[in-house]
Design a protein around this ligand. Sequence first.
Ligand SMILES: [Fe+2]
Ligand SMILES: [Fe+2]
Ligand SMILES: [Fe+2]
Length: 423
Amino acid sequence: MIDEIISSKDICKLIISVLKLEDKRLMDHGRRVAYILYRMLCVKGEHEDFEMADLAFLGVLHDIGAFKVAMGKEMLEFELSDPMPHSVYGFFFMKYLSPFQDKARILMYNHVDYQQLLKVDFDEKNISNYLNAAERFDIFQKSMGKKFDVKNLRKYEGSKYSKETLDILEAAMDKYNIRDKFDSGEFENELDELFEGILFSDKERERYIEMLMYISGFRDEYNVINTVTAGYVAREIALRLGGIDSEQLAMLHFGCLIHDVGMLIVPQEIVNAPRALMPEEMIILRKHVESLEIVMKDRLNSKVLSIAMANHERLDGSGYPYGLKDEDMNILQKILMVADTVTGLTCDRPYRPPKSKEKVIAILTDEVKKNKFSKEVVATFIEHYDEIMKVVKERSEDVLKTWRGMQQQYEMVAGRLVKGFSR
Ligand SMILES: [Fe+2]
Ligand SMILES: [Fe+2]
Ligand SMILES: [Fe+2]
């Protein structure tokens, strides 16, 4: 089933383009660092191709924690002066919410000095150290240009970096003309080719799509809560409507997971505005659907994307982005539309308390009268309201427990580690 939803070769591209929505500069840095790491591993010569590709992909995502903890900060600032929070957050994010569990620790230690690494019991600490040197090289070459030489890092040999790390970094720079390839952009093609060769298992692919959903929570935790909740509401309605097979259920599930990924482009002040939005803010908000289309088109199954995209359409043609009408849409699109509205009405937001059952039913009924929502979808939901909401609450609490557990562990460990390792 997952084969029809996303192919292995599109996974890396998809994740990278989603993260670019949030911060292009950070992803460009990630790609350059990944390329340096990959070429260092080539010099080292101990890894199979697929292992190098995996590690390079981890390299692209190495600053994923910064999307959360260093949002809006200058890159040099979070990398150089206080790097532990983003390393630790990156570690927890990858460990709990990505298929990279076993490799996540590399990120935890990628800003820890070699001398301190020696005291840590961890098999892949050399990779952490390679990554550390690779990213430092990229930051300096970006800010100082050609004036920066890898040899400048030698003064940290034995303290920040091992001799081996610096030897292979220097060798890789020469052997693969890394600087020229950065200038010409050629490294991009080599990296894409490397990633296209990775074979992700079904489970991994599923986890990556889930990861995209968690990424949308970087900017606003409610995106995660809402998406998870809307997914279960949609599923429970679909099960009770009848006539929906397991393949359609899976499409609905994935469509729902990604439907608000585009929210990464919407500033927090707009998402959480405790008032009606101004027309120009509305335009920005609405762009989240187009962004989704831009990053997912031709990569994700088109039926799944069409479910996610239709979320703000309405049967009378008054919705966006395309003003689709009843006859243009299928039942799965109509289900998600209702499920997401129900979620919005029943979720607790800082600027709006949840609505009562009576109020929710009144609003939905009114929308059906105005020909906004499908009559049968709303009728099914209202008929099974309590039952559906009970299942939804239980299920979403499980998922959110993992999410919140991760946040708590991060807070705890970050506090402890920052004291121990920060420079
Ligand atoms: Fe970093
Ligand atoms: Fe970095
Ligand atoms: Fe949306």
